[in-house]
Design a protein around this ligand. Structure first.
Ligand SMILES: CC(C)(COP(=O)(O)OP(=O)(O)OC[C@H]1O[C@@H](n2cnc3c(N)ncnc32)[C@H](O)[C@@H]1OP(=O)(O)O)[C@@H](O)C(=O)NCCC(=O)NCCS
Length: 185
């Protein structure tokens, strides 16, 4: 399975993508550090990434988590990642969204391009009702991406996630499946 966008190819990488994914996280270690949990040295190893990617294809098939990687057209570099996790069906039909893009590809509209395609896929193929995305108030770039994609602010959760070694407040936002909204809303 893959999703073609204007400038990327989006895939679910399994263990076969270990090296590409490790390169992405090593190259962007400093860029991502303020916005992710603190990583130990063991995090940046082939064995760790091989383990983390091992179940990606099964999770995709089982619809428990969609962990997408956006590759360059030559498919030899990870440009960005976006993960739709904690997928729940039943009356909630919702999931969480997390994402990042390589520092060298920031500011080109690529993250928005990748997210709009993957969000459309999630709404169309899984028929989820709500995608939730949360960010630290200082993360202005993340706030701008979400606003561009039509996420709406729903609140502020105090001390919500442990990021960069600190429990940090997060702005809560979500986007609803347009198919589920009445035409006059
Ligand atoms: C948050 C993050 C993904 C935003 O990436 P981004 O590249 O700014 O996002 P977009 O793809 O929407 O690009 C928007 C920028 O590209 C510019 N742009 C250039 N060409 C464009 C095009 N063809 N289409 C749209 N925008 C374009 C826009 O003007 C905008 O620039 P600006 O930031 O100067 O206003 C990125 O900063 C990141 O990975 N940060 C670290 C990890 C992180 O914070 N993750 C989120 C945690 S909640």
């Amino acid at each position: 399975m893959h999703i073609q966008t204007d400038r990327t190819v989006i895939e679910v990488l399994g263990s076969d993508g270990t090296e590409l994914m490790l390169n992405y996280y090593i190259e962007n270690r400093e860029h991502l550090a303020p916005w992710e949990p603190t990583r130990s040295e063991e995090y940046f190893t082939l064995s760790n990434f091989s383990e983390m990617l091992h179940d990606n294809k099964k999770s995709f098939q089982d619809k428990t988590a969609l962990k997408f990687s956006a590759l360059n057209p030559e498919r030899n570099e990870v440009i960005a990642v976006c993960n739709f996790t904690n997928i729940v069906f039943g009356p909630f039909q919702a999931c969480n969204l997390g994402y990042s893009i390589a520092e060298k590809h920031q500011g080109k509209g690529l993250m928005s391009e990748v997210l709009s395609s993957t969000i459309a896929y999630v709404f169309e193929e899984l028929n989820l009702h709500r995608i939730m995305a949360n960010y630290i108030p200082e993360n202005v770039k993340s706030s701008a991406v979400l606003e561009r994609l039509g996420f709406e602010r729903e609140g502020l959760a105090k001390s919500y996630l442990q990021i960069a070694g600190q429990w940090q407040d997060h702005i809560l936002t979500s986007k609803l499946n347009p198919k589920h909204l009445a035409p006059n809303k």
